[in-house]
Write a protein of this length. Structure first.
Length: 118
């Protein structure tokens, strides 16, 4: 079994949906609002995240595939983005430096979007 598609809807994969559900309990960093710029949040992985995602899957009467478990193990964290239509994109990062650079890019884009008066 591979990383499973969510099907038509809010998420690309089932794993993305479980990570988003976990993010509702809090993220490591966040900015923006889905109704305007878009909402961004980061989840840094540790043993807690894998366990929590498995718990969430079990609550949905599901079990993560080997590939989904491996995707969590191979990642140091994710960045989530929710747009004004409610669609969520999750980007997985294998290196802290890549996640940090992507977050810096988002913060710079947000500052530009706010304009010089903010």
């Amino acid at each position: 079994m591979a990383i499973r598609s969510y099907g038509p809807g809010k998420f690309n994969t089932l794993l993305d949906s479980y990570l988003y559900e976990l993010s509702l309990d809090g993220v490591d960093e966040e900015l923006g609002d889905a109704q305007d710029f878009g909402w961004y949040g980061t989840l840094l992985f540790g043993s807690r995240v894998s366990q929590e995602v498995r718990r969430i899957a079990a609550e949905h009467r599901d079990r993560l595939s080997d590939e989904e478990v491996q995707a969590l193990k191979d990642s140091v964290g994710v960045m989530l983005f929710e747009d004004s239509n409610g669609f969520v994109t999750v980007v997985y990062f294998r290196k802290d430096s890549d996640l940090d650079a992507a977050w810096q890019d988002v913060m710079a884009a947000y500052e530009d979007w706010l304009g010089p008066d903010e």
